[in-house]
Ligand binder design. Sequence first.
Ligand code: PRX
Length: 685
Amino acid sequence: MIPDKVPKEDVFLGSGDWRKDAHVPSFEAYKELYLKSIEHPDEFWGDVAKDFFWKSKHTGRVLDYNFDVTKGEIFIKCMEGASTNICYNVLDHNVHHRKLGDKVAFYWEGNEPGDQLTVTYRDLLLRVCRFANVLKAQGVKKGDRVSIYMPMVVELVVAMLACVRIGAVHSIVFAGFSAESLCERILDSQCSLLITADGFYRGDKLINLKLIADDALQKCRDKGFPLQRCIMLKHLSKEVDQDQTPMGSQSPPAKRPCPDLQVPWNPDVDLCWHSLVDGASDECEPVWCDSEDPLFILYTSGSTGKPKGVLHTLSGYMLYTATTFKLVFDYQPADVYWCTADIGWITGHSYITYGPLANGATSVLFEGLPTYPDVSRMWEIVDKYQVSKFYTAPTAIRLLMKYGAEPVHKFKRDSLKVLGTVGEPINPEAWQWYYTVVGEKRCPIVDTFWQTETGGHVMTPLPAATPMKPGSATFPFFGVVPAILNESGEELEGPSEGYLVFKQPWPGVMRTLYGNHQRFETTYFKKFPGYYVTGDGCRRDEDGYYWITGRIDDMLNVSGHLLSTAEVESALVEHEAVVEAAVVGRPHPVKGESLYCFVTLCDGIKYNRTLEAQLKQQVREKIGAIATPDYIQNAPGLPKTRSGKIMRRVLRKIAHGERDLGDVSTLADSSVIEQLFQSRCCTAE
Ligand code: PRX
């Protein structure tokens, strides 16, 4: 499956002395280790486990599983019977055993240039212990779920690790999601406490986060789930001259005045982070948990419209994120690493918090935007902290590409060694720009394919080992066995295209969907028994390289974020003027895909700008700003089969403006097609 030889021409390698000392220094070394990882997974992951602290040893196999629904329930277990604590491993173990207490864990860089904070491993441990004691005092126990709805501040990492320290399960909701989405996630996971902040700035825009959180809590109450506790961090509203000890539990106050900040306060429910932490003890014994105890829930879009609560467990996730971080970025102790994702997504969980901290790495934690206050901000930060490993998304690269090379060239970037991308297929043009303009043909690009469900990278180059082809995620990571299937479920050999599946588990794969193991099996394991189905299409070329071609289910990828068409459709039809809606993706030069919505209105209702604005607002309120439609088209009729199924394939062509519709013989009424072409939206606002 891994080719014996990789091509020497038409591939890119990058350069630099560091390569000879890399963890995996050649393609030969990769192949050898890869074979060991799939033929002797227990030995491979057992060796990795030696770097961690185990309160008691595992009693079962290192990796035990059933991946075939026809043979019974799907399960995956790693290091069963062992007890450990991830928080202990990423903090106490680093401070006390590896002597990294004085090493910087995070350089926090705020939205405003000049807002900054340096946090060492020792500081972080102290803050986490204090906050873990706060959670305990609020009655949070092992196994309880805690919702976290926060901006990109150090306290977000503190909150998640404090949960983990006491065996509680965090459920982080991205701070761009709406009150409705937060409420839905709180209800699904039956959380006992919410942690939020007063507000934050995204560039110029003030987000009144507490206001949204309160709205979500009211919605929970209306649905019969009154959450008793909400801890709020004062991020913007704290006083500027507040006394701050070096170990202070707060990030510095934002330097920008915020007169429009609204901080409603309900004394029955709300608690102030700072007051609680002030009196808390600095010591907190970790709760030792079983390897397969739940670690966190993270919601991701599902094709039925209801988000899926992906559940990850302790040991496997720890081993996998630590190993992928170390090998995919070729992490070395002197590195300064920066991942620009938000912790609210899986990339931030695995590659801002757990993977880097497990390796004792120094990271940049950035609150702001790549374009604020100007489009050089990223490169300014790279120089400021001498970032050596940099990880971002194709959508950010395409956005910055629009401004040309000059804003990049204003800064030196000579500290950079490895560049990474994640979230969607990267188009070769963006890849070339990243490689040439940002990395000056020196830095390999690791195009990492993975999912919320996979926990960590599954298909990726290794920077010193894998010759790169622009746009290809190249080969599998250790322990991962990909295959390409055709519609009948047959494995295709050689150059081919079809469904991307995995044949056996790796330690970091999710264990279930929270509270719904049946949906877990149906979504990922039923279509092709014996395989984990990613939902992505994939092509393998004549050299054996894998190329992800994008989603092949009803999911859209907007700026690297998955959205389900059903979820947007149901938000639209909740408007009283709409009887039916169908949503498809349309290619977008920066976002990758944009949302193109067709709506059929109730009899007698006229489509106009006001209604269009209301519909966009409706989607923002139901899901969040990331789901705002770019195009809404009035569709008096939708193309349907005789059995009434909407032909999305045809709608996609209309949205793209492509007249070649393929076979439309199953259409019930073909006259709607011309009508829809006539009234197509050509430009987004
Ligand atoms: O379609 C693939 C795309 O993002 C999906 C996973 O989305 P999510 O669970 O939100 O996680 C995103 C961050 C890991 C995948 O099914 N995707 C992610 N990375 C790549 C990608 N598509 C192509 N190339 C990638 N490098």
